[in-house]
Design a protein around this ligand. Sequence first.
Ligand SMILES: [Zn+2]
Length: 502
Amino acid sequence: MLDLIIKNGKIIDGTGADPFFADIGIENGKIVFIGDCTAEAKKVIDAEGLVVTPGFIDSHSHADNAVVDFPEQREKCEQGITTSVAGQCGSSYMPKIKSSNEARRSAAGFFKKLNTLPLGANIVTFVGHGTVRSSVMGLANREPTGDELEQMKALVRESVKAGAIGVSFGLIYVPSCYAKTEELVEIAKACKAAGGMISAHIRGEGAQVVDSVKEFIHIVKESGAKGVISHHKAAGVKNHGKTEITLELIRQANAEGADIYCDVYPYVASSTSLSAKFVPKEFQADNKMLENLADPATRARIKERLTPQETSSYDGVLVTVCKGHPEFQGKTLTEIGEMLDCDCVEAALRVIELGGGRASACYFTMNESDVERVMAYPRTMICTDSSVAGNNSVYHPRLRASFPRAIGVYCRERGVVPLVEMIRKITSLPADVYGLRSKGIIREGYDADICIFDFEKIIDKATYAEPSNRCEGLCYVIISGEIACVDAVYTGAGTGRAIRRN
Ligand SMILES: [Zn+2]
């Protein structure tokens, strides 16, 4: 007796091959049969008129930040994600070598903890270079000593050996941003030698985007590591169109033997902390940001340093989080400036201070043609670039709806990428890039992580104003052979697993 049969579905197997009609038999979490299924099963799903695909893989997630407290990862599962790739942008749950919490201290401890939790989606993780660096040298704005560099390399090696897939750089964030290119090359080499790969939030996504992609290509070439450029974009009106140049650089590098990929979320607004955009990095060193803001002379220097490029469009900065001050949430900097009777830069700094440093915003800085161009590149995957909401409110619709939106809007409505190719981008491509053997393809012997949806109806409903809305048209999400979501509502299955690097 099989555990589950999915009957009569149109199967898109994830490889890029043409769709076909067949039944799928599932037993013990695995796909055991594809064809005309006459066996008995404990459960049968009739997928007549529906598309059956491998479960979606979130190429760039920050799920590790909250997964220990909120292992269900509801917002991920409820949009079809069956595996989260976490630990991105230089920041990961571990290794914080001085922590008293074993799960924080090392990758081995993190995996041990995850194995005791009822995970929703599966999870794999990078270790963050910023996390490693701050473990070894705090938030110091300087080059590491030889000894410190060796300690960082050892931590990365140890993490990769314990099952992390590689190291992520977060080159706009403190302290990863304090690293020069040579440090990153050394870390990447150590990571590659241990069997890992790299990813990066590159050094600049606005005026610096072309040079930043060049720096990343250099690191990949010097280290020989496989690399992913995270949430690739060209931010700021003056930089729109530059993805034409960056993608050509990536194509060339790959033609010369590099192995570089991108990921993208299907939105024109990014989201990050206000301090990342409004407080230059040297003023954040050694945990002194709030102290620096409180000193009038230093505050004046911070304001001077903000270039018009970084701060041009205040209507396009929508504050989504200010800890303890809900009155600012959902307001633009222009509106907050009016509330506080000050200019927009001053408004941003005050929100940062009032939130005790905990303030974030959405930034409407991209244009659709760059998003579409990056998405259409065959080596681009799709991502949420989001943590799990947990007790916090959802602050950007991508946490709820990246994958239904990619399929419903960019594939069905706009035809940017054909359906079979879109499914490849969100299943077998990331499985291949991140070394997830037995995932990402509908094939006998593979893990039974599966999505079933109505291609005519699948659509995102989350918006910037209402970012928590569930998607429509996603009928079933199956994780390890168990039904994890029905009509985008999580069932409590808890059948996800922590996956160590192969
Ligand atoms: Zn990032």
